[in-house]
Design a protein around this ligand. Structure first.
Ligand code: ADP
Length: 176
């Protein structure tokens, strides 16, 4: 168990600087440039990224697609679409969709043989998902993937905001 958790890291930093095989983008279903981390990744990756995304065309919530990293240090970008939080929607279903989003990321990463991956706090910005719940889902889904697949992948959560960083620190130390 301890060995698995040694593979999960947290850092408070800009994900576009991550030196990993692949970074994850919190994308939208239309795969067009949005705000937040999506904006930062588009700026850093350069003009070839929107062209590649236009060719793919779209991605349903809970799923993910792969493009090259273009001008990024990371060779690849997984664009994952997390759910939009809505007070009036079925919260269980929104949580299931966020977990599915992380599973979709790991499916691609595993099939490509990536050894290191950097992931932002998907859905916790403009999409408004409660941060504590989102972090819990991210960490548990990651832990399950690593254990079930006996994966050696290094997973680094890039927390941008102070509150997300504290939440991840607290939850990760509880998991350990
Ligand atoms: P979503 O639409 O999925 O909520 P956002 O981009 O609005 O996506 O926010 C997701 C998370 O990414 C938020 O916690 C936000 O603070 C964070 N974020 C924004 N810019 C960056 C960045 N450059 N690197 C890492 N995380 C970032």
């Amino acid at each position: 168990m301890k060995k698995i958790l040694n593979q999960i890291h947290i850092i408070q930093s800009d994900i576009t600087n991550a030196k990993v095989d692949c970074i994850v983008n919190a994308a939208n279903e239309r795969l067009i440039k949005g705000g937040g981390v999506d904006h930062a990744i588009h700026v850093a990756a350069g003009p070839s990224l929107p062209i590649a995304l236009r060719k793919i065309g779209g991605c349903p919530t809970g799923e993910a697609v792969l493009t090259p990293g273009f001008n990024l240090q990371a060779k690849w970008i997984i664009h994952a679409v997390g759910p939009i939080w809505d007070e009036f929607e079925n919260h269980m279903e929104l949580k299931r969709l966020l977990s599915k989003t992380y599973e979709s990321i790991f499916q691609i990463a595993q099939s490509r043989g990536f050894q290191s991956i950097a992931i932002p706090n998907i859905s916790t910005g403009v999409y408004g998902f409660p941060k504590e719940e989102a972090a819990q889902i991210a960490l548990v889904t990651t832990q399950q993937f690593l254990i079930q697949n006996q994966s050696k992948m290094k997973v680094i959560f890039y927390c941008y905001e102070d509150d997300n960083y504290s939440i991840y620190q607290k939850l990760l130390s509880n998991l350990m």
